[in-house]
Design a binder for this molecule. Structure first.
Ligand code: MN3
Length: 263
């Protein structure tokens, strides 16, 4: 089948063959299982069927903020958002691309894939990829799981799983805030799906991502001072508790469902 698809792609003459071939190609992609074990495949078809829109490393690009800088006020102020996205996140992307500049073959893999397999990377770029690739995936998720229309409580399967695991939504919130407060120095607090398929709260230092530990992050809050210092100064607990006002539960539910499907 793949040979056939390659052949079709090679002989594709969009102006002549028109949309029928495109429809055929799309339907071929649609029936390809997302979690097919496809290590080291670099054909265009394999890339387009990579697990659910992972981030490109060819090169990595700063995703646009999905809302204006001031959209999350008063929970997060516009200046913090601007510096956080345009400076901090942009710098992670820049340094990540710099790390991969001498390794063009690694650029065909997703950022997530590189982070899941850090030990296999050349020694001289492992730390750079860990810090800057981690910074890129963490922040790309972070902007999406917040919204000006955020807040409230999760619904559906995610709500049920949270209640089952933590007792109630408010007990989950307390545990998440506590783990964020307990993270010494810079890092993240996460809700992940662990290897047993159950929800778990973990925290990581610096830009380490749960992907490095083999876990899929459902949601995470950034507890680096750059995420809250202008508004909250040293009052991290206050930031953690206010943050629920901007949490985008529909997007987090999507990520939860993605994690369930990928298992
Ligand atoms: Mn940050």
């Amino acid at each position: 089948m793949r040979q056939f698809v390659r052949l079709m792609r090679r002989s594709l003459r969009p102006l002549v063959l028109g949309s029928a071939v495109l429809v055929l190609l799309m339907s071929v992609q649609a029936v390809t299982p997302a979690q097919q074990p496809t290590p080291a495949q670099t054909t265009p078809l394999a890339q387009t069927t990579a697990p659910s829109a992972e981030l490109s490393a060819a090169p990595a690009e700063l995703p646009p903020l999905p809302y204006p800088y001031d959209a999350l006020e008063p929970t997060i102020d516009a200046q913090t958002m601007q510096l956080h996205h345009d400076e901090h996140h942009a710098t992670y992307v820049e340094n990540f691309n710099e790390a991969l500049a001498d390794y063009p073959d690694l650029q065909s893999r997703s950022v997530e894939d590189l982070l899941r397999n850090l030990d296999d990377l050349p020694d001289d770029i492992q730390t750079k990829v860990r810090n800057n690739g981690g910074g890129h995936v963490n922040h790309a998720m972070f902007w999406e799981i917040m919204s000006p229309d955020g807040g409230g409580e999760p619904t559906g399967a995610l709500a049920a799983q949270i209640n089952q695991t933590f007792g109630s939504f408010s007990e989950f919130q307390s545990a998440f805030e506590q783990a964020g407060a307990d993270r010494f120095g810079s890092g993240w607090v996460w809700l992940i799906v662990n290897n047993s398929g159950t929800l778990e709260i973990v925290s990581t230092a610096n830009q380490d991502t749960p992907l490095m530990l083999g876990f899929y992050p459902i949601m995470g809050n950034d507890v680096w001072e750059h995420a809250y210092y202008l508004n909250y100064q040293n009052r991290r607990a206050e930031y953690l508790s206010a943050w629920w006002n901007v949490v985008n539960w529909p997007e987090i539910s999507n990520r939860f469902e993605q994690a369930s499907q990928d298992r």
